[in-house]
Design a protein around this ligand. Structure first.
Ligand SMILES: Nc1ncnc2c1ncn2[C@@H]1O[C@H](COP(=O)(O)OP(=O)(O)OP(=O)(O)O)[C@@H](O)[C@H]1O
Ligand SMILES: [Mg+2]
Length: 466
């Protein structure tokens, strides 16, 4: 990291001293400016946005401490090094409490002084880098980057936009791979908490006996292995968002403590006598049906209502066909960029298959299919051959038919009877051949036919009924 060339403002009412410091800085390739009062410093900072402020503490007029106080609101990112007279350690301590980066005691060694300056500039550069990265994250993860054309999906994202900047807890529901994680991040990065941390916790991935200490933290000696205390994830998310993913997996025994923490906005680490105030926004997600979990006593309704101030239901991909071409286009571009290839085209029959498929794995499955196609395709054209077999179809009954039957709530018994009849029809009523196709013996076939006097599922159009 190169901090040379940074602009440093030196404030000292002892002009000679100020000049000497500026000269030292210039000799070391910094650009330095000197002013002799706190008021002049404020004016300079407003105009020139320096990278570092070095200020004497005791000055006539606005002193170094007051200057620091004012800058806390007007230029909170500006690092401050204070210069104190030998023997006034108390004032140095106060400056540090006000957030000074460091202090230097007069008289000082040049090398020691330059080292502190270098560290301050490096820290400043790191903060800038973090700021840039956060900006990038916000652009990548913002709500506008979530692809949606389907009206239900668009409406869900509108709700997300409306509540993003509120303190309300949001519960996101939807099947696996529908985009819950993406929405949770977008809520954070579209809120004024975007500069704070976004901490995801997958409640299903943490062993049950560790969730409590992970979330709430513990103090030294709280249990045998606790040689040191540890701040929990609630504390880590201070000023930001805690994303409780797969909240349905939260052990019932922990739910009262979680509820209390959310209501009181205070956490009590394991083994601690005191509570810590926390300012954390909660977003939770689930792909299970929490209402059924409540009915079965696996989830507390009071916690549910606390989490679900606003709910966002993400529809499954099969119910938002409009989104599929847009998502394909987006994933094609991404996969091509990752593979260092030009963006491939999808042949019409392959596209038709993608549009007809039921997508049990939702957007994640689509993303994988497109990625696979991009990697495998030749001549930059994705054909049916490059689609995963379950999508391309491999002669096994199509998932679509079975899923349609599932929505009709057809029983296994009905399904079996009707399948037997269909096979029988297909071989013009030849029972021996039917038994051989079904790999059952003739006796079993006869018995099954006798047991099934009536067809329960209407025959498909065009096929003779029996
Ligand atoms: N609308 C969308 N636009 C762009 N990418 C999307 C969209 N929806 C989902 N994705 C992508 O699909 C993948 C799966 O989404 P995500 O992880 O958010 O799903 P999820 O609902 O959290 O799944 P799970 O329940 O399995 O945790 C991610 O890579 C995500 O970036
Ligand atoms: Mg997820």
């Amino acid at each position: 990291m190169n901090s040379n060339g940074a602009t440093i403002l030196v404030v000292d009412d002892d002009v000679e001293m100020g000049d000497a410091i500026c000269e030292l800085l210039r000799q070391n390739n910094h650009s330095a400016a000197g002013v002799s009062s706190g008021a002049a410093a404020l004016e300079f900072i407003k105009q020139n946005e320096p990278d570092l402020l070095i200020t004497d503490l005791r000055m006539s007029g606005l002193g170094g401490g007051d200057l620091q106080l004012q800058l806390k609101t007007s230029a909170p990112q500006l690092p401050v090094i204070v210069i104190t007279a030998f023997g006034s350690i108390q004032t140095a301590v106060e400056s540090m409490k006000l957030g000074a980066f460091d202090y230097i005691t007069k008289p000082f060694e040049n090398d020691e002084f330059l080292l502190v300056v270098a560290r301050a500039l490096e820290t400043r550069e790191l903060h800038r880098e973090i700021g840039r990265l956060r900006g990038e994250l916000a652009r990548n993860y913002g709500l506008p980057n979530i692809i949606a054309a389907n009206p239900k999906m668009v409406a869900a994202l509108e709700v997300a936009q409306q509540v993003a900047d509120s303190a309300a807890s949001v519960l996101i529901g939807g099947e696996s791979g529908t985009g819950k994680d993406l929405i949770a991040r977008a809520l954070h990065f579209s809120s004024s908490r975007r500069d704070g941390p976004f901490i995801p916790v997958n409640c299903a991935a943490i062993p049950e006996n560790l969730i409590e200490s992970e979330l709430f933290g513990y103090v030294k000696g709280a249990f045998t292995d606790a040689r040191q205390g540890k701040a929990g994830l609630f504390v880590a998310a201070e000023g930001g968002t805690l994303f409780l993913d797969e909240i349905g997996e939260m052990p019932i025994s922990l739910q009262p403590k979680l509820l209390r923490t959310l209501e009181d906005k205070r956490v009590r680490p394991l083994g601690a006598t005191n509570e810590i105030a926390v300012n954390v926004r909660i977003v939770a997600a689930t792909n299970s049906d929490l209402e059924t979990a409540i009915a079965h006593g696996r989830f507390r309704s009071d916690l549910y209502y606390r989490l679900a101030t606003v709910t966002i239901a993400v529809p499954p991909l099969r119910d938002r066909n409009e989104d599929i071409p847009l998502l394909i286009k987006y994933f094609l571009a991404r996969a091509a960029a990752e593979a260092g290839k030009p963006i491939p085209e999808i042949e019409p029959d392959a596209l038709a298959l993608l549009l007809r498929y039921r997508w049990p794995g939702n957007v994640r499955e689509l993303q994988n299919a497109v990625q696979r196609g991009t990697i495998l395709c030749r001549d930059n054209r994705i054909t049916v051959r490059e689609l995963p077999p379950r999508i391309a179809g491999d002669g096994v009954p199509t998932l679509n038919v079975l899923e349609d039957l599932a929505t009709q709530r057809v029983t296994l018994d009905q399904l079996e009877r009707n399948y037997i009849r269909a096979v029988l029809d297909s071989v013009s009523g030849n029972k021996t051949e039917t038994a051989s196709i079904l790999q059952i013996d003739r006796k079993t076939l006869y018995r099954k036919l006798e047991d099934s006097p009536e067809a329960a599922i209407p025959d498909p159009p065009g096929k003779p009924g029996k």
